[in-house]
Design a protein around this ligand. Structure first.
Ligand code: SAM
Ligand code: SF4
Length: 431
């Protein structure tokens, strides 16, 4: 979601003649878009601002703006602590970005925009064309969360659930496809809770599937309790919908799920997986796990390991519990740090084994790859298969935006290496 937000902030800034640069030395305005989901986010802000300060020690200072969830959660403290920062803008106030920038240019006082103004934000942003021209693009369809998992800051930093209208989303999608996008990932903190005037996620998927030249649709992040029957069913008949579902479970222990306020049991989660696989047997799953949540015992952790083995997630993202100020879990008694670390190592070892087993199984098989970009300084092209696995092939051809059948030859835990079908017999590929 932050990538989508960063692109939209840039679309706004372009309107007042700002341009992107990769050279820190030449910036007039430095925007740091932040995430607050785990610890050290605020420290990273001070560290990053310190780096800019050092570069500009004897020069005119650039305008420094902090955006995103750290700005939302700790804006006033940041402004007080680091005078070098000119403004903080929370995620629901991005539409005020240019107004802020122009005011600072005119030497107005330092600015704090951290209201929850989500309707106004999207109304204003809709007037600005989305200029993203990547083969694979992101589109925020929903923001906020009403679920209040005990560990999570999102309901406090992004506010209550809000969904954009199907009309405006289809318009933005058409725009992205016209710019060259072939794949769109629909984004939301609770993407499958999408609901605008009674229109749900399957309605949106059906609508954007009609866009010619849009080849692939993905959505993330889903909550298990928001998987409706029609959303499950659409996986059975919509060929543009990719067969990888990111379905965070957080823990394999019912006791811990309850204490996290996740609102579902392990059995219900497994039942959902079964239903999705019935709809489309090709579907694979990835998930998020929190290790060392307050009160997690060895037995709870073993239940999480069992779930990992049972589902065989092709990607597992695991994090040690990080107490977030203001959330209920921050006040709960912590699991010993060393114990949590040991469990994380054990978990990640197993998760990597499962991932590698899955990937080895792909060797010598064909997959459909949507190619995105040339690999820098090499006669190679990068793309992703239907399960979002990174795939690289050797070629001099420009494959950007094309879907090709690729034979996977080998690979590691990050990348698969393959050859395009017409070259199967000619090419040898060494990783
Ligand atoms: N809405 C999604 C869901 O309910 O599964 C997750 C959104 S959250 C932005 C992304 C992931 O960050 C979570 O799935 C969780 O694993 C992790 N996370 C959130 N808060 C955390 C915390 N306090 N400590 C460790 N990991 C956390
Ligand atoms: Fe956070 Fe997701 Fe829980 Fe909402 S459902 S509180 S975003 S973890």
């Amino acid at each position: 979601m932050n990538e989508y937000d960063s692109n939209r902030i840039y679309d706004l800034a372009k309107k007042i003649n700002y341009q992107k640069t990769i050279s820190l030395e030449e910036v007039d305005c430095y925007v740091l878009n932040t995430c607050h989901i785990r610890e050290k986010a605020t420290e990273k802000v001070y560290h990053e601002v310190g780096r800019v300060k050092k570069k500009f020690r004897n020069k005119k200072k650039p305008i420094i703006i902090i955006t995103g969830c750290v700005a939302q959660a700790e804006g006033e403290i940041i402004l007080q602590k680091e005078k070098y920062i000119d403004a903080v803008i929370g995620p629901q106030s991005y539409h005020r970005f240019n107004q802020t920038l122009l005011a600072i240019e005119k030497k107005a006082k330092r600015i704090n925009f951290t209201n929850f103004d989500v309707v106004d934000k999207f109304d204003k942003l809709n007037a600005i064309k989305n200029s993203d021209s990547n083969v694979s693009s992101f589109l925020t369809i929903q923001e906020g969360c009403d679920k209040f998992c005990k560990f999570c800051v999102v309901p406090y930093t992004r506010g209550v659930e809000f969904s954009r209208s199907i009309g405006e989303l289809k318009f933005e999608c058409q725009n992205l496809v016209r710019n060259g996008s072939k794949e769109i990932t629909l984004l939301g903190q609770n993407v499958n809770a999408f609901n605008h005037a009674g229109n749900k996620l399957p309605d949106l998927i059906k609508e954007i599937s009609k866009i010619r030249n849009l080849e692939r649709i993905r959505y993330t992040t889903s909550h298990p309790i928001d998987f409706t029957e029609d959303l499950i069913d659409i996986h059975g008949y919509n060929s543009k919908l990719m067969p990888l579902i990111h379905l965070p479970v957080q823990s394999g222990s019912n006791r811990i799920l309850k204490s996290m306020n996740r609102k579902h049991t392990v059995e219900e989660y497994l039942d959902l997986i079964k239903k999705l696989k019935n709809a489309n047997p090709l579907i694979k799953f990835s998930s998020d796990f929190i290790i060392g949540f307050p009160g997690e015992t060895d037995s709870d952790f073993n239940d999480t390991l069992s779930l990992l083995k049972e589902v065989q997630f092709i990607n597992s993202y695991s994090f040690i519990f990080s107490p977030r100020p203001g959330t209920p879990a921050a006040c709960m008694p912590k699991v010993d740090n060393l114990v949590a670390k040991e469990r994380l190592i054990m978990f990640q070892k197993k998760a990597e084994e499962i991932k590698m087993k899955y990937r080895k199984n792909l060797f010598n098989k064909k997959s459909l790859v949507l190619f995105e970009n040339k690999v820098k300084n090499k006669d190679e092209f990068f793309g992703r298969d239907e399960f979002s696995n990174s795939v690289i092939v050797k070629t001099k051809e420009n494959l950007s935006g094309k879907i090709k059948e690729v034979k996977i030859i080998n690979g590691n835990n990050n990348t698969l290496f393959g050859a395009i079908k017409q070259n199967f017999d000619k090419e040898e590929f060494a990783a």
